[in-house]
Design a protein around this ligand. Sequence first.
Ligand SMILES: *[C@@H]1O[C@H](CO)[C@@H](O)[C@H](O)[C@H]1NC(C)=O
Ligand SMILES: *[C@@H]1O[C@H](CO)[C@@H](O)[C@H](O)[C@H]1NC(C)=O
Length: 611
Amino acid sequence: MQFQLSLFLHLGWLSGWKAEDECGRGACRPSPGNLLVGRSAQLTASSTCGLKEAQKYCILSYLEGEHKCFICDSRLPYNPHTQPNSHTIENVIPSFEPHREKTWWQSENGLDHVSIRLDLETLFQFSHLILTFKTFRPAAMLVERSTNYGHTWKVLKYFAKDCAISFPGITAGQAQKVGDLVCDSRYSDVEPSTGGEVVLKVLDPSFEIENPYSPQIQDLVTLTNLRINFTKLHTLGDTLLGRQQNDSLDKYYYALYEMIVRGSCFCNGHANKCEPLQQVQGDIFSSTAVVHGHCVCQHNTDGPNCERCKDFFQDAPWRPAVGAQDSACRACSCNGHSERCHFDMTAYLASGGLSGGVCEDCQHHTEGQHCERCRPLFYRDPFKAISDPYACLPCECDPDGTLSGGICVSHSDPSLGSVAGQCLCKENVEGAKCDQCKPSYFGLSASDPLGCRPCGCHPLGSLPFSTCDMDTGQCFCRAYTTGPRCEECTAGSWGPGDHLHGCAPCDCAIGGAYSNTCSPKDGQCDCRPHVTGRRCTEPAPGYFFAPLNFYLYEAEEASPLQGLAPLILATALPTCDVYFQQQGNDFTMDRGNIILNKNQKQSLRADEQNK
Ligand SMILES: *[C@@H]1O[C@H](CO)[C@@H](O)[C@H](O)[C@H]1NC(C)=O
Ligand SMILES: *[C@@H]1O[C@H](CO)[C@@H](O)[C@H](O)[C@H]1NC(C)=O
């Protein structure tokens, strides 16, 4: 009866954790309980009496040398009617049933090193351990725990009647601060002979804990596995002697009435309720007493231990809830264009701790941390909110003529005079869509960084405004002008030089020049001997043009005039002679000039041009 009272007290106010069951007002915590309840399958002992066959064991009598002996048979689980002598480890799990005092776990006789191990299915918070012994408490034992499912272990506390002998090198006495590893001798006395307890509090209630979520505290108060190693039996002085007698071994073994591993589901202050992680196999005799391991997370957190923010609640870094601060996770703001985001510390710090959520895969042609901008090649409809799925409209710009392949002004800015959707033309391009070359430019092309090339029309050779064909670049030439830029004169003309009207016809004098072609530079016609002037219209110095009748006269006289230089060589107008001879006789003469009829004129011109 005595130990039942103390058990009652332990379950009550020894928990060490203040209940905070309302998540709305800050940190909250699921109610603690005995982690063993419902987990018999996860509790094992390295030694149990009578597992393979019935074994005898004895108890010390008050009269020295007298023993009372019993049978242990643990081949089947305990049953008050059919298996009253079964002492398997699951008997230590409190059941509050009337036969509690009659059930216990017991190890095999005479074994010093025996361990009990609890393997939890997830990380739990652990506050204290209470062991209630049927026999003497161990002369030495230790408690260790793992937070990584048994990969590594850390001793929480040593217990020994004589710490210096059992655990040399471990400080004996009480812990002075959080995390001190000590050997405690208060729980290893040989008295009482039954009902004695070993109590381990993970955090001494007298310690001031500033932040229960500091890594150091977290490391102390959480566990996935617990192991209790009994390392030395109390043998009441007959150690040496007793070990030589089979009888005395039967009196020494470990026996536990009850074990309490008090703890709670570990939710970082973000849940007040937990549910099963998976269907745990075991004796769930009272589902309300079971401490489940999977937190029902609040504050927009997620994970078995509420150890992260829920999807899309990544705007602020995850934090445990402490006291009045719920440290709830905040939703990202993506203007309705994304349902996914991640936390980015750089963005969070850059915003001065305002927003660290970066939206992913922004839809509706948006981009930016919050999907708050239109993507390149799209612009913001000034009449729609950015949260509107149609807020971003495609730029209607000719990609060839627009800077950066078709971008337009993303949003209106009165201070800059820019209008949303306005195309940003390359230098030599114009038009609302940047699809036309500016005047005097041609050949719109994507590869040209300026968009169009200058026509480069010759200012004198081309028509006014120096325009050219938009595609080919051919300039529009004035008369007598040719070439892609109107920079050349046509055959039979010359210039343009500084000539006022570009090219001018050669206009070579028929008779004075060999042909109607002239130098393109200065228009000089190809003059016959002793004829000069650009058009070959002037006689060379010392010569004059004789009228035809004089020429004929001379021919008739056939003698040069005295005292004068030869007036004109007979070759001065030979083509006329030749021509007239070749053409026969059909011409007229009028006061020394040859009169040609219309046909003769044309054929004479054609002949000239053919030369
Ligand atoms: C406790 O016992 C187990 C085996 O039963 C052993 O592997 C482990 O090392 C022991 N722990 C310590 C701290 O001695
Ligand atoms: C102790 O028990 C063992 C076997 O269990 C037996 O061989 C031995 O003789 C016994 N010793 C005494 C002193 O009874």
